[in-house]
Design a protein around this ligand. Structure first.
Ligand code: ASP
Length: 327
């Protein structure tokens, strides 16, 4: 009873503050500091900064959390160093197959897409599926046809070509294995999905995630990123979550919804839920990766169980925080 009252008071306090905030990620994994050149590091940091800026701008104009996460993910998809949109990895057929999803914490409406090719910004398609299709999830050729009908921009295969990613694929293509993204040759193991979570000035939450998946993944393989509850989840009652990591594990652990459930049903704080799922449960399960999350009071968590995670956030009126390695 006391706990419940405290929770209501805290929520009220949060609403009185009306502080908006956005957090983004550009993937987690073995990001080896010794192999990172100052130029590469600057490029990654600037990609994250541009995405935060794009989302923050929406929120500063009293825009919705949903519009803000979409804007931030579009910026990340357009940035070639991240494994989503333009920078997507190669499948075992040498193609680029992209997955994405978006969820509105206010209405619990969601849109998702998997296995699409040549669509410039998969997150825009996920959003359009949510808004206009009457469905939650479309895949492959039908999803592409839907994108064409609503005149979303398409790009030729050459737009998605990136030399480092091509080399990764050449290294693995004659094997049966698939690989987590190595962004640049020799840099080390790293996941490359992108994502954003936000709270707007009305206290509404949203989450969005987009990915090219894993290098040499089987044609047709779907990861966690487009699966609502696994790679993406948002609910105004609890939190908004976007994941990155070895998708097969994140699907089976239903990671994003698990965080929300621990808050809703067990009364855990965002931090407690994140620590338990990412640093304990997933580790024991063998699921490498991380996530970004924001709760309905504006608290932000960016946990990962790998060596690093490209991540950053900005709270209204405060300075931008961007990090790659452990604190
Ligand atoms: N989770 C993504 C997938 O399994 C990969 C990643 O996060 O880099 O498709």
């Amino acid at each position: 009873m006391f706990e419940q009252k405290k929770q209501i008071e805290l929520t009220y306090f949060r609403n009185m503050k009306n502080k908006f905030a956005i957090a983004v990620h550009g993937g987690a994994g073995t990001i080896v500091q010794a192999l990172m050149t100052p130029e590469k590091e600057t490029a990654y940091l600037s990609g994250l900064a541009q995405a935060i800026q794009a989302g923050y701008k929406v929120l500063a104009q009293n825009g919705s959390a949903l519009d803000a996460v979409e804007a931030a993910v579009i910026a990340l998809e357009n940035f070639p160093l991240f494994n989503a949109g333009k920078g997507s990895v190669f499948t075992n057929k040498g193609t680029h197959e992209m997955d994405a999803s978006i969820m509105d914490g206010k209405t619990l409406e969601a849109g998702a897409v998997s296995g699409i090719r040549n669509v410039q910004n998969p997150i825009q398609l996920a959003r359009a599926i949510k808004d206009k299709s009457g469905h939650v999830f479309l895949s492959g050729l039908d999803a592409e046809e839907f994108a064409k009908n609503i005149q979303l921009p398409f790009q030729p295969d050459s737009y998605f070509y990136e030399e480092g990613r091509y080399k990764q694929w050449i290294e693995t293509k004659d094997s049966d294995s698939y690989q987590l993204d190595h962004s640049l040759h020799g840099e080390g193991k790293k996941f490359g999905t992108v994502g954003a979570v936000a709270i707007d000035c009305m206290g509404n939450l949203a989450a969005a995630t987009s990915t090219g998946g894993m290098t040499n993944k089987r044609y047709g393989r779907v990861g966690d990123s487009p699966i609502i509850g696994a790679g993406t989840y948002a609910n105004n009652k609890t939190c908004a979550v976007s994941c990155t990591g070895h998708g097969e594990y994140f699907i089976r652990a239903v990671v994003a919804y698990d965080i929300s459930c621990l808050m809703e049903y067990k009364g855990l704080t965002l931090q407690q839920a994140c620590d338990y799922v990412v640093k304990d449960k997933l580790v024991k399960f063998g699921g490498e990766g991380g996530l970004i999350a924001i709760d309905n009071m504006g608290n932000i968590e960016l946990p990962f169980n790998s060596e690093g995670m490209y991540r950053g956030y900005q709270i209204q009126g405060e300075t931008v925080v961007i990090k790659i390695y452990e604190d």
